[in-house]
Design a protein around this ligand. Sequence first.
Ligand code: PLP
Length: 383
Amino acid sequence: MIYWDYAAAAPPYDEVARTVEQLMRLHYANPSSLHRAGAEAAALIERAREVCAAALGVLPGEIKFTSGATESNNLAIKGIALQYTNRGRHIITTELEHPSIYESCLQLQSMGWEVTIVRPDEDGVVKPEEVAGAVRRDTVLVSVMHVNNEIGSVQPLAEIGRAVKAANPRTLFHVDGVQGFGKLPGGPRDFGADLYSLSPHKIRGPRGVGLLYVKEGTQLFPLLSGGSHEGGLRAGTENLPAIVAGAKAVRMAAERRGEFVSRILPLRNRLLAFLRNIPEFSLNSSEEGAPHIVHFSYPGMKGEVMARQLEQLGMLVSTRSACSSKLAEPSRVLLAIGRDEHAALGGIRISFGDEHTPADVAALEQALLGAVKALKIAEGGMR
Ligand code: PLP
């Protein structure tokens, strides 16, 4: 079996898995405890914070640990909305966002906030002037992702950040950096972001930990009540093994980005060229997109059917993003970029990791040809 679903969850590096195990055994003390073992655990968390801050080019105090990017995104959106009601109740986001952003915004809308959802163009890119054009005096937050998790389109974040601040300097800017970090250059400071979310399990780190960069001076209304962990922003005993191993993965992803891209880009381009030559497929990704995601549709064929056929041929792929793949509805993102319902139901996402080889891509190409053939025979038989 060849695993092509790194954008959903990437296999942890060996050193990451070893770190989790070692820390679970050695540093089980509660970092809030006053005894020596507690202090050692607390020091490890602070060290992890420094490592993440260095990888992102920010201050250690600006890094907050959460349980994952879903929590980071919820905290960014709702924490800002609830904190800054005195500035207004208007939020801007895009049709491309991950459900943890999109649904958070819709939840706030049901509670009285106004939400403007900016549409992307047919390549899945939002225009900075359209985002900035939606900014008002009462806009508290703009949230735009770096790389779309379904089709891999890349947003011009530095331009968006500048345009938003020019339109209203008090409007805060959040970036969901989950699919961009380790793949594309740029961090929160380059984008002019006040908040930035990351998820270590997408970059070969452990699950159960997320990061939220919060620019110094930015306040958030905490979503969890309890202890004063993470500067009072996120109550709950820290997941020490995941935090320390997650920091390791963040450092490795930053250090290895150049190597990753030079290995994976030719493979991604080869696959794009191959897919363009198969008349049954229509591409939803392009060379301008992130190096690790290729998305295409087999219009008229449900994505799950194609994915199951590919699995029988030894390839593990996704239909879209993992969190939406069990939904029967057409993809919101594909509809937003102008694909019809047939194409939006028939999507397949291939996501690369640093271990893939040209032989893997050759095997995938053969499997894709085999799957089309098998599905055509099955279709013919049903007529
Ligand atoms: N944002 C994006 C763009 C994602 O791709 C994902 C995961 O699929 C998330 C947020 C949520 O991350 P996590 O799995 O850490 O909750």
